[in-house]
Design a protein around this ligand. Structure first.
Ligand code: BJW
Length: 249
């Protein structure tokens, strides 16, 4: 990539007042967490994630879906945040306002030190019950998988947003408001395929904010963005921070 483009984005970043950032699974790729659309490995290689992350899959085979999430939770808990996550923490420290919006359920932004990340698709770490969405932190371990809600007895599930389910309204409203009100928007490590999250950068474009996309691959958004920085976010974000503020991460 041309260094001039990186410098131009770094200059915009240094002068920005309100920055909004949308992240997807790609920002955690360099932490060793497989992206959502990457082929799964081992035992799970035969399953398509798009077909496991649905209420229908859970109703059909709750044990299978629960065990898939338990396996992913295991992977994520062994992973560490990478320089891309840390660069966003540094950007938030330097800028008057940065709103971090994530589609990720892995909690790595929070572990890197990002406070107040807006979670559009929930979090793997939390559990709720299927029938009433009771938030549950402890349950009785029996032979039954998934375990049952201690309040109502219905099956427990991860507190994430599956296909066909609504996103949490307050999170969605806050994300669109941040996109409307920002003077610079970043879309990082997302395939821009899943709605409504994929519409958030378009809202920023409608509000005349420059949109920067960071991804090693082109996406359906690439054609519309102001700057496309082609490459891994774990390298490009620390470079931007260094060019903007001279801070080596
Ligand atoms: C790197 C990198 C590196 C790699 N550095 N980058 C409008 C049009 C059409 C359909 C719909 C629509 N509105 C709603 C729908 C239906 C549906 C949808 O969007 N379907 C599409 C697939 C067509 N949406 C929904 O159902 C949503 N609900 C909803 O809208 O309710 C109302 C409604 C219902 C029904 C009809 C109409 C309205 C809910 C969506 C919930 C998504 N949930 C998941 C699972 C969460 C739990 C879990 O993890 O198991 O969220 S799906 C999955 O996709 C996950 C992710 O957050 C999400 C986005 O994926 P992401 O993050 O972009 O990851 P990848 O893997 O796709 O991409 C990784 C990228 O990283 C790639 O581009 C790589 O190149 C890049 N990369 N290395 C930087 N080092």
């Amino acid at each position: 990539m041309e260094m001039g483009i990186l410098q131009e984005v770094a200059d915009l970043l240094r002068r920005a007042q309100r920055v909004a950032v949308l992240t997807g699974a790609g920002i955690s790729a360099e932490s060793g967490v497989p992206t959502f659309r990457q082929a799964q490995t081992g035992l799970w290689a035969q399953y398509d994630p798009q077909e496991l992350a649905t209420p229908e899959a859970f109703r059909r085979n709750p044990r299978l879906v629960w065990e898939w999430y338990a396996w992913r939770w295991q992977l994520v808990s062994q992973a560490e945040p990478n320089p891309g996550h840390f660069a966003l923490v540094e950007m938030a420290r330097r800028l008057p306002r940065l709103t971090l919006i994530t589609q990720n359920v892995d909690g790595l932004h929070q572990r890197a030190g990002s406070q107040d990340a807006i979670e559009l698709h929930g979090n793997l770490q939390r559990v709720k019950c299927y029938d009433h969405a009771h938030a549950v932190t402890t349950w009785e371990e029996t032979a039954e998988i998934p375990p049952r809600c201690p309040i109502c007895g219905s099956l427990l599930r991860p507190d994430v947003v599956w296909f066909g389910e609504n996103l949490p309204l307050a999170a969605l409203d806050a994300a669109f408001a941040a996109a409307r009100e920002c003077d610079l928007f970043f879309s990082i490590g997302t395939s821009a395929l899943v709605h409504p999250a994929a519409s958030i950068p378009l809202e920023a474009l409608r509000a005349q904010a420059p949109v920067v996309e960071i991804n090693p691959e082109r996406t359906p958004l690439t054609h519309y963005v102001t700057y496309f920085l082609m490459g891994p976010s774990g390298q490009l974000l620390p470079q931007l921070v260094q060019l903007a503020w001279g801070q080596r991460l």
